[in-house]
Ligand binder design. Structure first.
Ligand SMILES: Nc1ncnc2c1ncn2[C@@H]1O[C@H](COP(=O)(O)OP(=O)(O)OP(=O)(O)O)[C@@H](O)[C@H]1O
Ligand SMILES: [Mg+2]
Length: 160
């Protein structure tokens, strides 16, 4: 499902990822642990080309990710929960959850809201649907970000 082959990443002369090889099969969950600054986020961000590896290859379902095909491939196959959540501050929780499915998957507002409430129930935040992110606790914001990633109903979810 996801394969990293000999992935290296430099920021300037800082060699952050050193020859990373890993594979995640369908149905498998891979957890990466390590000290702050050791390259966990960078590894995850290389999986959807938010960071382009300096060398090495990334494969999603057998297809190599490239600068050219990344938008289409990543959009079709994966969602991401950002370390800083990256919720849209000017939109309500429901707005945050429905904009992606409506804009990128052409879902109707009604359909997108049904999906949103389904995942808000799962993360226990239905009553916050009309709240703005700034009024939520950190944990609640994190759960909104998780619900937002689930709303895309993608095969791969990357949790930073
Ligand atoms: N855009 C960037 N430009 C320059 N250096 C960067 C950039 N992004 C990350 N780094 C550096 O790469 C190293 C790895 O960062 P990364 O964010 O992957 O760490 P992490 O393991 O996710 O840490 P944390 O546990 O604190 O989230 C750090 O030394 C960081 O300063
Ligand atoms: Mg990180």
């Amino acid at each position: 499902m996801i394969k990293l082959q000999n992935v290296n990443k430099y920021f300037g002369d800082h060699h952050v990822l050193k020859d990373i090889n890993l594979e995640v099969a369908e149905g498998e969950k891979l957890v990466i642990i390590g000290p702050s600054g050791s390259g966990k986020s960078t590894t995850v961000r290389c999986m959807n080309f938010l960071e382009e590896p300096t060398s090495g290859e990334v494969y999603i379902e057998g297809n190599q990710l490239t600068a050219k095909n990344k938008l289409e491939m990543v959009r079709n196959s994966s969602a991401m929960v950002f370390q800083q959540f990256n919720l849209y501050p000017h939109m309500t929780v429901l707005g945050n959850l429905t904009i992606g499915p409506m804009k990128l998957q052409n879902k109707s507002k009604k359909e997108a809201e049904e999906i949103a409430y389904r995942y808000l129930d799962i993360v226990g935040l239905r009553e916050k649907a009309t709240a703005y992110p700034s009024t939520l606790s950190g944990g609640q914001q994190q759960r909104v970000a998780i619900a937002r990633s689930l709303c895309s109903e993608k095969k791969i979810i990357l949790f930073d």
